[in-house]
Design a protein around this ligand. Structure first.
Ligand SMILES: Nc1ncnc2c1ncn2[C@@H]1O[C@H](COP(=O)(O)OP(=O)(O)O)[C@@H](O)[C@H]1O
Ligand SMILES: [Mg+2]
Length: 510
């Protein structure tokens, strides 16, 4: 038997292909000093730890696509937690469905519940000139309402906004820190404009403008009609912050909140400029926020274009890749493809990435948490820019402990509590014992149990009260507990006495 020459050649070629184009980037490229990159998981083929480092990439922006339940939000959470540890990067999440609340709580971040006590004044200037802000407001109304179809009405609304600023002492082309007007002022201005119109047609047009805005000033629907409680300047420097929009009553309201926040953020970003000391200042996350990720006029696109130079990164996650604007999709430095179900979505992704049948096959095999990542390298390289990854290697679920009193309950993070115990003066073994107490009881114990334990370690009541206050317990509730403990102790004492007497009697009898 002999081998056909073409067979030899093709197998040699196949070997060479592997040699020339290794299926994974070299180890030296994937690995990183944990202080300089974010570890996510290991690669599928060679089991090399995969570190994400924006300095190796064309930009710090990330898109994640995959069917519901594929693990997109899990990936984002793991990523943000570690980016915060690695570079101290802040994050602002625009959370459509309220799925980041628990995680933010566990990581010691903050959640703002839009629709429950938080307001954002649509007329806030956020450092801009009134004339700029008017343009932005009109642009948001164009995305969300039909105003774009009625140029006359658009003009009336624009005039009313400008007049409102002017009547409140603002110069249209000057920045100002004065308290801005609110939506009801704009409605009043529109009423004035209406009364000045000479024809019924024009009056009707202005009335339409009033109709468009007025519902937003009605109680219960007035989330954009009051002075802001949300301070973006602070929020973008507060660590991990979730803006929970799910309690807003409609998709339009959520979109208006998302668009407005992005408009204002864009200004902050430009104003902040570049600073040499920090790698990445902020990640802006839009998870399932299709309405604001899809529109040409959305500032997510501006952030993708300009973010890198201001050290702002964008993360967009969506179950539907066609909902991510092509300018975002084709410009992100990192694209995670997770499990995709619909043929249409797969074709859409493939048409923009032009990957091989081999990758298509791999996409079909992805399980929960697994992904294929496309990397846009900062420098020209001759190795593969596609890496197949194992399941994202996330944090252990963070554990919370709860202390129960008679009328109170406080919950805190185990890790933070351990640090507090250490600062309080417990040694390692004592800390372990206290944790074991919680864990034996499903992480919930009564305050008295903890107080007793701390007393055993030699701490006096006043120190213990100070510590308990630090955990969030109220003094008024602690005092009665201490007196109960006192009574209980006396009970124990008398119990002991009874027992001793009984034992004594027993020995006597013998
Ligand atoms: N890498 C992973 N390791 C462990 N659990 C995961 C992982 N990825 C996802 N999960 C779990 O799978 C479920 C769906 O994940 P999620 O991130 O909410 O999906 P998506 O955002 O794509 O809808 C969640 O319960 C999540 O905890
Ligand atoms: Mg999700």
């Amino acid at each position: 038997m002999y081998l056909k020459p073409n067979k030899i050649i093709s197998s040699k070629l196949a070997m060479r292909r592997i040699w020339v184009h290794p299926p994974e980037p070299p180890k030296s490229f994937l690995l990183s000093d944990p202080a300089k990159g974010v570890y996510l998981t290991k690669t599928k083929l060679f089991n090399v730890p995969f570190f994400w480092d924006f300095r190796k990439l064309i930009n710090p922006h990330i898109a994640v696509v995959g069917v519901t339940g594929a693990g997109k939000s899990y990936l984002v959470k793991t990523f943000l937690t570690r980016a915060n540890l690695t570079w101290n990067t802040n994050a602002m999440i625009i959370d459509w469905v309220g799925e980041y609340n628990d995680w933010v709580k566990q990581t010691g971040g903050h959640t703002l519940h839009f629709g429950r006590g938080e307001y954002l004044n649509l007329l806030d200037l956020a450092g801009m000139k009134p004339i700029q802000r008017v343009k932005q407001i009109i642009s948001a109304l164009e995305i969300l309402t039909d105003i774009g179809k009625y140029p006359v009405q658009k003009r009336f609304t624009e005039d009313a906004l400008m007049n409102t600023y002017k009547n409140h002492g603002f110069e249209l082309t000057k920045k100002s820190n004065n308290k801005p007007p609110v939506l009801s002022d704009v409605i009043k201005e529109l009423e004035k404009i209406k009364n000045k119109q000479k024809t019924e047609k024009k009056k009707d047009d202005v009335q339409e403008c009033i109709h468009r805005l007025k519902p937003m000033t009605i109680k219960g629907n007035d989330y954009f009609a009051h002075h802001s409680t949300i301070n973006l300047d602070k929020i973008i420097k507060m660590g991990l912050v979730n803006i929970d929009l799910h309690e807003l009553p409609s998709e339009e309201m959520r979109s208006l909140a998302g668009l407005t926040i992005l408009q204002m953020l864009k200004e902050k970003m430009r104003f902040e400029g570049w600073s040499p000391e920090k790698g990445l200042k902020l990640f802006i996350v839009a998870d399932e926020a299709w309405k604001i990720a899809k529109d040409d006029r959305s500032d997510l696109i501006t952030i993708v274009r300009e973010g890198r130079k201001y050290q702002f990164g964008l993360i967009v996650a969506s179950q539907n890749p066609t909902d991510i604007h092509k300018d975002i999709f084709s410009n992100v430095g990192t694209l995670f493809i997770m499990r995709l179900m619909f043929k249409e979505f797969k074709e859409h992704v493939r048409s923009s990435l032009h990957y091989s049948d081999y990758i298509a096959e791999q996409i079909d095999k992805l399980g929960v948490g697994e992904s294929i990542v496309y990397l846009g390298y900062a420098q020209k390289t001759d190795f593969s820019n596609v890496v197949i990854l194992n399941k994202i290697d996330g944090e252990e679920p963070l554990i919370n402990y709860t202390l129960k009193g008679d009328k109170m309950e406080v919950t805190f993070m185990k890790e933070k509590f351990k640090r507090q115990l250490k600062e309080f003066g417990l040694n390692t073994q004592q800390i372990k014992n206290v944790c074991a107490m919680f864990e034996e009881h499903d992480n919930v114990i009564h305050v008295l149990q903890l107080i007793e334990q701390l007393e055993k370690y030699g701490f006096g009541p006043s120190l213990i009260i100070t510590f308990m206050r630090e955990l969030g317990l109220k003094e008024g509730e602690l005092i009665p507990l201490f007196s109960r403990l006192q009574r209980k102790k006396m009970g124990i004492e008398s119990d002991k006495l009874v027992r001793l007497v009984v034992e004594d009697e027993e020995t006597k009898e013998k």
